[in-house]
Design a protein around this ligand. Sequence first.
Ligand SMILES: Nc1nc2c(c(=O)[nH]1)N[C@H]1C(S)=C(S)[C@@H](COP(=O)(O)O)O[C@H]1N2
Ligand SMILES: [Mo]
Length: 350
Amino acid sequence: MTMIVRETSPDNIESLFSALDGPLTSNANFYIRDHFPAPNLDRGEWRLRVEGAVERPLEFSYEDLKKFPMTKHTALLECAGNSRVFLSPKTEGVQWELGAVGCAEWTGISLSTLLEQAGVQQDAVDVVLEGADEGVPEKSSKPKGNIHYARSLPLARARGPEVLLAFEMNGDLLPAAHGGPVRAIVPGWYAMSSVKWLTRIVVTRRPFNGYFQTVEYTYWKEDDVLPAEQVQIGEIAVKSAIARPAMHEQIALGKDYRIFGAAWASDDAVVRVEISTDDGATWVEAKLASGPKEHAWRLWEFAWKPEKSGRYMLRSRATDSRGHTQPAEHDWNYGNYIVDHTFSIPVEVA
Ligand SMILES: Nc1nc2c(c(=O)[nH]1)N[C@H]1C(S)=C(S)[C@@H](COP(=O)(O)O)O[C@H]1N2
Ligand SMILES: [Mo]
């Protein structure tokens, strides 16, 4: 099994990114990020409620939901804390390396279908997605009892046809570890929005300010006019990662080596990936080997023939169709999230 267990119960398990072998991550190799112990839900007894600022509060069983039109969408999930181990000085939180990211094909119904069924009221602004899992959160600023995992989406995003309530992952029933019976998939946003074990959808008349979008999963946004503001993490930043070589791999001198990895962005396509073998001093364009496919990662490769022995620092750098390129340094307004800078992968050539 190619997984790295960082914590159990709650499970925090990352893929071995060096095992990347194609456009989709298998269910067995897909990372797991839980905040509370995983609930044990029975498909037959499971219910989903839709309530709040709606004309008709509704309740659905698994079989009810399966009657709506099904769609398939390939989407990447990346944890907002992925690659945190590359931050210096060290920060709190699970010390993910490269593997808190994966790409799968999801089958389900559009969230918008249920919103239409329930009839969203005129003055609604947010859609809260709540999971069945519950517990006491980590940070000292928290409500006194147990809370459920929950996140909201602005109504416009929630209505996007790509936002799914997924039943299947890569053609199999959605595994319990990944939120089965039903989870949300919010393509293009960091995966904290893709709520697992979904049991309740609440439409609200004011922006929702739950724990997982105020105390956690926020960053500081600077502006020319306003003072700095704390805002919710949403869209995925453009990023690339080197799968092979793995860190500290030994590479043969004077032989051909295929540097290989993946790159991704939010709703935009990755249009360029560059490689540096001198820690970011000079860059050469890599070859895009798959895609573009909306919300999926693009695989890329680079033919390298190291002619001198010694230690090399490899970096990759992606650019999206809006011209956003990965920065050289971490932006500390993001704190311990959104680690999108070009970090160094050390290797030995001998
Ligand atoms: N109910 C619930 N949904 C959740 C979480 C959670 O702890 N509980 N974790 C979120 C976070 S932070 C991530 S990165 C993704 C991870 O999805 P995965 O475990 O299927 O990879 O689920 C999101 N949805
Ligand atoms: Mo996450």
